[in-house]
Design a protein. Structure first.
Length: 139
Protein backbone atom coordinates (compact mmCIF):
# COMPACT_ATOMS: atom_id res chain seq x y z
CA UNK A 1 0.00 0.00 0.00
CA UNK A 2 1.32 3.41 -0.95
CA UNK A 3 0.41 6.31 1.31
CA UNK A 4 1.09 9.99 0.68
CA UNK A 5 2.02 12.64 3.20
CA UNK A 6 3.25 16.21 3.19
CA UNK A 7 5.64 17.96 5.53
CA UNK A 8 6.04 21.76 5.66
CA UNK A 9 4.45 22.27 2.23
CA UNK A 10 1.02 22.07 0.64
CA UNK A 11 1.06 19.51 -2.13
CA UNK A 12 -1.51 16.95 -3.19
CA UNK A 13 -0.63 14.29 -5.73
CA UNK A 14 -3.26 13.92 -8.44
CA UNK A 15 -4.42 10.48 -9.59
CA UNK A 16 -3.19 8.56 -6.55
CA UNK A 17 -5.03 5.39 -7.56
CA UNK A 18 -3.37 5.38 -10.99
CA UNK A 19 -0.01 6.03 -9.34
CA UNK A 20 -0.54 3.18 -6.88
CA UNK A 21 -1.49 0.80 -9.70
CA UNK A 22 1.61 1.84 -11.65
CA UNK A 23 3.97 1.34 -8.70
CA UNK A 24 2.39 -2.05 -8.04
CA UNK A 25 3.10 -2.98 -11.68
CA UNK A 26 6.71 -1.79 -11.30
CA UNK A 27 7.14 -3.99 -8.23
CA UNK A 28 5.55 -6.98 -9.97
CA UNK A 29 7.76 -6.54 -13.03
CA UNK A 30 10.77 -6.81 -10.73
CA UNK A 31 9.36 -9.89 -8.95
CA UNK A 32 8.51 -7.90 -5.82
CA UNK A 33 5.34 -7.02 -3.93
CA UNK A 34 4.33 -3.65 -2.54
CA UNK A 35 4.33 -3.44 1.21
CA UNK A 36 4.05 -0.19 3.14
CA UNK A 37 5.53 2.63 1.10
CA UNK A 38 5.20 6.14 2.44
CA UNK A 39 5.83 8.99 0.03
CA UNK A 40 6.47 12.19 1.95
CA UNK A 41 6.40 15.39 -0.08
CA UNK A 42 8.44 18.18 1.47
CA UNK A 43 10.55 21.29 0.81
CA UNK A 44 14.25 21.60 0.07
CA UNK A 45 14.90 22.74 3.64
CA UNK A 46 13.04 19.78 5.11
CA UNK A 47 14.89 17.22 2.98
CA UNK A 48 18.21 18.93 3.78
CA UNK A 49 17.45 18.50 7.48
CA UNK A 50 16.61 14.80 6.93
CA UNK A 51 19.79 14.38 4.88
CA UNK A 52 21.96 15.95 7.56
CA UNK A 53 20.24 14.36 10.55
CA UNK A 54 20.03 10.77 9.33
CA UNK A 55 22.69 10.45 6.62
CA UNK A 56 25.21 13.11 7.69
CA UNK A 57 25.06 14.61 4.15
CA UNK A 58 25.11 18.42 3.98
CA UNK A 59 23.48 18.94 0.58
CA UNK A 60 20.11 19.24 -1.12
CA UNK A 61 18.65 16.35 -3.08
CA UNK A 62 15.37 15.55 -4.77
CA UNK A 63 14.76 12.25 -2.97
CA UNK A 64 15.94 10.30 0.05
CA UNK A 65 14.91 6.66 0.31
CA UNK A 66 14.79 4.76 3.59
CA UNK A 67 14.60 1.03 2.91
CA UNK A 68 12.57 -1.22 5.24
CA UNK A 69 12.17 -4.09 2.75
CA UNK A 70 11.91 -7.69 3.87
CA UNK A 71 12.60 -10.39 1.29
CA UNK A 72 10.47 -9.62 -1.77
CA UNK A 73 8.17 -7.10 -0.05
CA UNK A 74 8.98 -3.45 -0.79
CA UNK A 75 8.60 -1.13 2.18
CA UNK A 76 10.15 2.23 2.87
CA UNK A 77 9.88 5.96 3.21
CA UNK A 78 10.50 8.16 0.16
CA UNK A 79 11.12 11.80 1.06
CA UNK A 80 10.67 13.90 -2.08
CA UNK A 81 11.53 17.59 -2.27
CA UNK A 82 8.88 19.25 -4.41
CA UNK A 83 11.18 22.30 -4.66
CA UNK A 84 13.95 20.21 -6.24
CA UNK A 85 11.54 18.35 -8.52
CA UNK A 86 10.22 21.69 -9.84
CA UNK A 87 13.74 23.02 -10.33
CA UNK A 88 14.89 19.82 -12.09
CA UNK A 89 11.83 19.85 -14.37
CA UNK A 90 12.73 23.39 -15.49
CA UNK A 91 16.41 22.49 -15.88
CA UNK A 92 15.70 19.39 -17.99
CA UNK A 93 12.83 21.00 -19.90
CA UNK A 94 10.23 18.45 -18.85
CA UNK A 95 6.80 18.68 -17.29
CA UNK A 96 6.69 18.78 -13.49
CA UNK A 97 4.44 15.68 -13.36
CA UNK A 98 6.87 13.70 -15.53
CA UNK A 99 9.83 14.62 -13.34
CA UNK A 100 7.86 13.74 -10.22
CA UNK A 101 7.03 10.33 -11.71
CA UNK A 102 10.72 9.80 -12.49
CA UNK A 103 11.71 10.63 -8.91
CA UNK A 104 9.03 8.36 -7.44
CA UNK A 105 10.02 5.37 -9.58
CA UNK A 106 13.68 6.15 -8.82
CA UNK A 107 12.93 5.71 -5.11
CA UNK A 108 11.07 2.46 -5.73
CA UNK A 109 13.98 1.19 -7.83
CA UNK A 110 16.27 1.88 -4.87
CA UNK A 111 13.95 -0.23 -2.70
CA UNK A 112 14.18 -3.00 -5.28
CA UNK A 113 17.96 -2.90 -4.98
CA UNK A 114 19.16 -0.72 -7.85
CA UNK A 115 21.86 1.80 -7.04
CA UNK A 116 23.38 4.83 -8.72
CA UNK A 117 26.86 5.23 -7.27
CA UNK A 118 28.76 4.41 -10.47
CA UNK A 119 28.26 5.49 -14.08
CA UNK A 120 27.15 1.95 -14.99
CA UNK A 121 24.64 1.83 -12.15
CA UNK A 122 23.33 5.28 -13.03
CA UNK A 123 22.87 4.24 -16.68
CA UNK A 124 20.99 1.08 -15.64
CA UNK A 125 18.81 3.10 -13.24
CA UNK A 126 17.99 5.57 -16.03
CA UNK A 127 17.05 2.73 -18.42
CA UNK A 128 14.73 1.28 -15.78
CA UNK A 129 13.19 4.69 -15.06
CA UNK A 130 12.55 5.27 -18.77
CA UNK A 131 11.02 1.82 -19.16
CA UNK A 132 8.65 2.27 -16.23
CA UNK A 133 7.72 5.81 -17.26
CA UNK A 134 6.67 4.41 -20.64
CA UNK A 135 4.67 1.76 -18.79
CA UNK A 136 2.81 4.46 -16.84
CA UNK A 137 2.10 6.42 -20.03
CA UNK A 138 0.42 3.31 -21.46
CA UNK A 139 -1.97 2.93 -18.49
Amino acid sequence: MVRYFQEDIRFVLKQKLLNNRWLKMVAGSEMRRLGAINIIFCSDNYILDVNMRYLQHDYFTDIITFDYCEKDVLSGDLFISIDSVRENARFYGVEFADELDRVMVHGVLHLIGYDDHTEEQTAEMRRKEDYYLQMKAAL
